[in-house]
Design a protein around this ligand. Structure first.
Ligand SMILES: C[S@@+](CC[C@H](N)C(=O)[O-])C[C@H]1O[C@@H](n2cnc3c(N)ncnc32)[C@H](O)[C@@H]1O
Length: 331
């Protein structure tokens, strides 16, 4: 029954974000059922049910005759907070939730459900302004906290120049450069994404330390050089094994001796039985990509060794977009 109700829990969270419930309650405000009904234009019965369901999920807590945000909602679901997660909730609700209803079609055809392979090269090949806003804001929303967890687990202070391959809107370089005054970073991404990254970098006051360079990491003759660490966050799970092996070889070629590559992902265990976050993200890659899947630590370690990396090791942490990072060094 817990699995059956999973969808109810997600939609309770999603409608709360859509209504701006948690943002309205920012800063400790309490809302009664009557106030919720008046503010949202609902009858009292649905308002009562929504607030109770949100509390049951740990998103609200009881306060006198009303409800207020839980610590979790106050930190992650109030718009404008540094680790705001609501953009991922919105993207999943608007873009992947209904396609997942047709997961059986994806299993039968081995084709994605969120975009049309004949019309686009990949899910990232889009100029649709809504998709641009939704997907890359969702990635930022997920990756800002993942970046914090990765920075606690791996010492980027040992490096001075970061290349974030497929860096999206720049969540990782922004988090790292805020912490490490000596670090400079380059985001490599598709041209339409670089515009979004530059806006985020400017908002963070890091223009000049974080650059966004337009390129194609699959088709360009080489990756930009001059960096001593390369990050691949939620990149390799988008593609098949031959594509990933080729990309790791290009990372190796772009690094100086001693330089490191960091693969940050939701890693499947070596027995391929979990954890659910990684295995379900893998199935989500069937819905959203043509050849992607979540891989295990052992697979990444083997590919890194085959590409010529040494001292391959894994650091573990807990975050929405990753549970660990597999790191290799160019000899
Ligand atoms: C799943 S997102 C990950 C974004 C970011 N690394 C993060 O973890 O938040 C994949 C990123 O790869 C970028 N990308 C996909 N194909 C690319 C290509 N051929 N060249 C450059 N960037 C690409 C996408 O635009 C997108 O920003």
């Amino acid at each position: 029954m817990g699995l059956v109700a999973g969808v109810w829990g997600f939609k309770t969270l999603a409608v709360g974000v859509e209504l701006g419930l948690f943002t309205r309650l920012a800063g400790g405000r309490t809302m009664t059922v009557a106030e919720a009904a008046a503010e949202f234009g609902f009858d009292e019965r649905p308002a009562d049910l929504l607030l109770a369901a949100s509390a049951s999920l740990g998103l609200l807590v009881r306060a006198g005759d009303g409800y207020r945000n839980s610590e979790l909602a106050e930190q992650f679901l109030v718009e404008g907070r540094p680790y705001y997660f609501g953009a991922q909730v919105r993207y999943s609700d608007l873009r992947t939730y209904l396609p997942w209803h047709r997961i059986g079609d994806a299993l039968r055809t081995n084709r994605p459900l969120t975009w049309e392979p004949g019309a686009q090269q990949s899910m990232f090949d889009t100029t649709d302004p809504e998709m641009l806003a939704q997907f890359w804001d969702a990635m930022y929303s997920t990756s800002s906290f993942t970046a914090r967890a990765l920075a606690d687990a791996y010492d980027f202070g040992a490096h001075t120049r970061l290349l974030d391959v497929g860096g999206g809107a720049g969540a990782f370089p922004i988090e790292f450069c805020r912490r490490l005054p000596e670090l400079r970073a380059t985001i490599l991404d598709l041209p339409h994404v670089c515009e979004r990254a530059r806006e985020r970098v400017a908002e963070a006051g890091l223009t000049g330390r974080v650059d966004a360079v337009a390129g194609d990491f699959l088709a360009d003759p080489a990756l930009p050089d001059g960096h001593d660490v390369i990050l691949l966050s939620m990149i390799l799970h988008d593609w098949d094994e031959p594509t990933n092996r080729a990309l790791l070889a290009r990372c190796h070629a772009a690094l100086p001796p001693g330089g490191a590559v960091v693969i940050c992902e939701l890693l499947l265990n070596d027995e391929r039985t979990g954890p659910p976050e990684a295995a379900l993200m893998g199935l989500n890659m069937l819905v959203e990509t043509e050849g992607g899947k979540n891989y295990s630590r052992a697979e990444y370690a083997a590919w890194l060794a085959d590409a010529g990396f040494v001292d391959v090791r894994t650091v573990w942490f807990e975050a929405p977009g990753a549970n660990g990072a597999v790191v290799g060094r160019r000899a």
